[in-house]
Design a protein around this ligand. Structure first.
Ligand code: LHQ
Length: 263
C-alpha cells in the first residue's frame, strides 16, 4: 500500500524515487517517509543502482510534514508523538547521507519545511526556475528539522541561515543558486532532462570513489584538519585499490575514454 506514496523506477543505473501525494503537494505522512527510507535502503543494497534521483509528482517537490497528520481534525484520533515523527525523518536523512552513491534532487516546485531540508540533504540539487525553498517551520512555531540547522549554515553561512529560518521567506531557485544553497537552477522545461542526464552520467562514474568522496565530505563537517588529512589518506588507499582506479589510469595512458564498472 505504501508503494503508492513513493514511485520507484530503475533505468541506466539510476533509481528514481518520486514522492507521490500531489494533492497535498507531496507533504510527508509517516508511510511516505517509510517508503523513502525503503527506497534509499534498496539503493544501498543493489549493485545495479549507481545513483539516485529524487523528485516530486505534480507541481511541488514536497511541502514538508503533512500537517493534518500531526494535528488531526477533531474526532480523527490522537496526534502522533512528535518525537516519533522526527525520528522517522532522522533515519531518512541518515540513510541519504550514509548512502555511498550520489543522490540528485530534481526540485520541480516548492520545497517547504521538511521538504526543503530533504532536498538539501541530497548531494546535488538541481531546481526548476519555477521552484522555491521555504524554511516554513518558524511560521508554525517549530524549528528546522531534517538536518536544516546542520546543512543550511554550512551551505549559505550563519547570517543567511538565521534569516532564512527565522523569517521563513520564500527563496527562489535562482536566489538559491546565487547563495550557494543548491548546485544549479535551470529553465523549468529542462529540469527533468538536466537532472536525469546528470544522474545517468554519475551512474557511469567510479561509484566507489564517489562514495568515498561523500564519506570524506560528510566527515569534514566535524573533523579538524589533522583528522581529515588522516581520513583522506585512509580513503585514498581504499579508492586506489579499486578496479575503477586501475581502469581510469589505464584509459588515460591508452588515450581512450574509461569504462567504469563501479567496483
Ligand atoms: C498541505 C501541506 C502540508 C498538509 C500543502 N500538510 N497539506 C516535523 C515533525 C512534526 C511536526 C511538524 O512538522 C515537522 C516538519 C515540517 O515539515 S514543519 C513544516 C510543514 N510545512 C509547512 O508548514 C508548509 C505548509 N504549506 C504551505 O505553506 C503552502 O502550501 C506552500 C507555500 C508550500 C504552497 O502554497 P500554495 O502553492 O499556495 O498551495 P496551497 O497552500 O494551496 O496547497 C495546496 C494543497 O496542499 C492544499 O490543500 P487543498 O485541499 O486546499 O487543495 C493544502 O492544504 C495542501 N498542503 N502543504 N504541509
Amino acid at each position: 500500500m505504501t508503494e503508492q506514496y513513493v514511485l520507484r523506477g530503475v533505468s541506466d543505473g539510476v533509481l528514481t524515487l518520486t514522492m507521490n501525494r500531489p494533492e497535498v503537494l507531496n507533504s510527508c505522512n509517516r508511510p511516505m517517509v517509510a517508503a523513502l527510507r525503503d527506497g534509499f535502503a534498496a539503493a544501498a543494497g543493489d549493485d545495479g543502482v549507481r545513483a539516485v534521483l529524487l523528485t516530486g509528482a505534480g507541481r511541488a517537490f514536497c511541502a514538508g510534514q503533512d500537517l493534518a497528520e500531526v494535528v488531526p481534525p477533531d474526532g480523527a484520533g490522537p496526534a502522533p508523538d512528535i518525537g516519533d515523527v522526527v525520528g522517522g525523518y532522522n533515519a531518512l536523512i541518515l540513510a541519504m547521507r550514509n548512502l555511498e552513491k550520489p543522490v540528485i534532487a530534481a526540485v520541480n516546485g516548492v520545497a517547504a519545511g521538511a521538504g526543503a531540508n530533504i532536498a538539501l540533504a541530497c548531494d546535488l540539487v538541481v531546481a526548476a526556475e519555477s521552484a522555491s525553498f521555504i524554511q516554513a517551520f518558524s511560521k508554525i512555531g517549530l524549528i528546522p528539522d531534517n538536518g536544516g540547522t546542520f546543512f543550511l549554515p554550512r551551505l549559505v553561512g550563519m547570517a543567511r541561515a538565521t534569516s532564512l529560518t527565522m523569517l521563513a521567506d520564500r527563496v527562489t531557485a535562482t536566489q538559491a543558486e546565487q547563495m550557494g544553497m543548491i548546485y544549479k537552477c535551470v529553465p523549468t522545461t529542462a529540469l527533468m532532462d538536466t537532472a536525469s542526464e546528470l544522474a545517468r552520467h554519475l551512474a557511469t562514474q567510479p561509484t566507489r570513489g564517489l562514495g568515498l568522496i561523500k564519506r570524506a565530505l560528510n566527515a569534514s563537517a566535524t573533523n579538524g584538519l589533522d583528522e581529515q588529512l588522516a581520513l583522506e589518506a585512509q580513503l585514498q588507499a581504499e579508492a586506489g585499490s579499486t578496479a575503477d582506479y586501475r581502469e581510469g589510469v589505464k584509459a588515460f595512458i591508452e588515450k581512450r575514454p574509461p569504462v567504469f564498472t563501479g567496483h
